[in-house]
Ligand binder design. Structure first.
Ligand code: NDP
Length: 491
């Protein structure tokens, strides 16, 4: 268990370094509301130091690009380092899970799954590093044209608090495999596991400067990273408003951005679905990580003829759910912070004032510290599709149920928010499966399943308010490279 006196520095050039300001920020345990550690409050000066370290690792001290120790490391060797890193994470899985669980409030089982997913991302991108190649293009007589996939150079990564290890894995695994040197700004509410993961990266063989972490506040270190002229690509996961600010800051120096901004993802349940198979998946899709998941299935749309039955079955399951301290490993832990708890409560009081049907509610276990940020899971029934709780991302354990009359109505409701990240479809009708997979406005559509167990290999990202660009799988590798076309005229 972590000690209350624990203090954490920044991680730059493979070393722990104090922030320029000398200031620190408290780390609060969401299960009991107590401060148990301090992190460094990084500022623009620290971000600048980290970017310069990454630039040296990538370019070296000369003027030739990619001539630094990391820039010259060949793809197979990058893969070997990532592979070793995966093994080190696997070996420390339990320690990392305990750190993450205390820092974020997530139940231990979820934190263990996150550590395993981190190792799996490194493993996937270790294998992919030397398989990322360009093409030759048929062109006019006398020419040979080829494309090269080159790393951007120095990439910036702004990581949220909901899945620090998983999002670090998908973002850094791909960026480093593609050959970039990286600067990371983890969330102020959840960075302890990543500081340890960075040390393991150095142990695995990353040269100084290839990976740097600057902890601190979003409006300070985060903003400075997004707008730093030495950054060649920014990858951001978080809220739409902050995503817009990040894109604006990056645009000041024409820097490309990948934005993953969450969603209001629907699951459509048709009368012909295998409802018994759907039920646990519908519940898990919103309860996992206490609903603080960008791809949470936060809306369930149910065909009118089975609406009452499905809502009743969901209500039984919701009533049995239990929230409690992270170490108790129940269905859900506390929310990450008092701020997030307040946000969820505001949505629920709006639902109450609006007279919505609280179809079922789970419970917070007796003995959970009163200072913890707990929220019992809630099922809201018969929600008008235009209501704010059916339109906006709550980011808490609140499932919003609405009914639809037919397929066209279902599609209109599913597509009826500004978001478009993920959609789930439950039906046995094969033609409908394919028809709707095309009509649903989302970056991923799952048919008779949801989330596909995380899917490290599966491209992920949204449309509309959910953002743009793709992470995971090979698509992420492409995003972390710039394509260069080389045309040779040889006659
Ligand atoms: P933010 O989008 O503000 O935070 C996400 C990340 O961005 C954090 O690392 C944060 O740092 C950083 N950040 C904050 N401000 C800036 C800035 N001006 N420039 C650069 N980086 C910045 O989310 P919140 O934590 O405020 O959560 C609010 C809501 O956002 C949630 O309720 C949820 O709806 C949504 N969200 C969605 C996520 C997703 O996975 N899609 C993840 C997290 C939140 P720091 O935390 O240190 O301030």
């Amino acid at each position: 268990m972590l000690q209350t006196t624990e203090r954490h520095a920044l991680f730059i050039d493979n070393e722990s370094v104090a922030p320029a300001s000398g200031e620190s920020l408290p780390v609060i345990d969401p299960s009991d509301g107590r401060v148990f550690a301090q992190i460094a409050r990084g500022s623009a000066a620290d971000v600048d130091r980290a970017v310069r370290a990454a630039r040296r690792a990538f370019d070296g001290s000369g003027t030739e690009p990619a001539a630094g120790p990391w820039g010259r490391t060949d793809a197979a060797q990058r893969g070997r380092i990532l592979r070793r890193w995966a093994d080190l994470v696997e070996a420390e899985c339990e320690t990392l899970a305990r750190i993450e669980s205390r820092d974020t409030g997530k139940p231990l089982a979820q934190a263990r799954a996150d550590a395993q997913a981190l190792a799996r991302y490194f493993e996937f991108y270790a294998g992919a590093a030397d398989k990322l190649h360009g093409q030759t293009i048929p062109y006019r007589h006398g020419y040979t044209v080829l494309t090269l996939r080159e790393p951007h150079g120095v990439t910036g990564h702004i990581i949220p608090w909901n899945y620090p290890m998983q999002i670090f894995g998908r973002s850094l695994g791909a960026a480093l495999a593609a050959g970039n040197a990286c600067v990371v700004k983890p969330a102020e509410d959840a960075c302890l596991s990543l500081l340890r993961v960075a040390q393991l990266g150095a142990q695995a063989g990353l040269p100084p400067g290839a990976l740097n972490l600057v902890t601190g506040l979003g409006g300070e270190a985060g903003q400075a990273l997004a707008g730093h002229p030495g950054i060649d690509h920014v990858s951001f996961t978080g809220s739409p408003d902050t995503g817009r600010r990040v894109a604006q800051a990056a645009a000041t120096h024409h820097c490309p951005v990948t934005l993953e901004l969450g969603g209001k993802s629907p699951q459509l349940v048709f009368a012909d679905a295998d409802i018994e198979a759907a039920l646990p998946v519908l519940v898990r899709a919103i309860v996992q990580n206490a609903g603080q998941t960008c791809s949470a299935g936060s809306r369930v749309l149910i065909e009118a003829s089975v609406y009452d039955r499905v809502l009743g079955l969901l209500a039984e399951r919701f009533a049995a759910l239990r929230a409690g301290p992270a170490h108790a490993d129940l269905d859900l832990g506390p929310l990450v912070s008092g701020r997030q708890q307040q946000r969820v409560r505001e949505f629920l009081s709006e639902a109450q004032v609006g007279g919505l049907d609280f179809a079922a509610q789970g419970a917070v276990v007796d003995g959970a510290p009163a200072e913890g940020f707990y929220q019992a899971p809630v099922l809201l029934g018969g929600v008008p599709p235009a209501h704010r709780v059916a339109q906006e991302e709550i980011f808490g354990p609140v499932l919003v149920a609405s009914r639809f009359e037919d397929e066209a109505h279902a599609v209109a409701l599913a597509n009826g928010t500004p978001y478009g990240l993920v959609a789930g479809l439950w039906t046995r009708d094969g033609a409908r499966q394919l028809r709707l997979a095309r009509r649903l406005r989302a970056g991923q559509v799952f048919v008779n399943n949801y989330g596909a167990g995380g899917g490290v290999e599966l491209p992920f990202g949204g449309v509309g308010r959910s953002g743009y660009g793709r992470e995971k799988g090979f698509e992420a590798l492409y995003a972390f490279t710039a394509l260069k076309t080389v045309a040779l005229h040889h006659g």
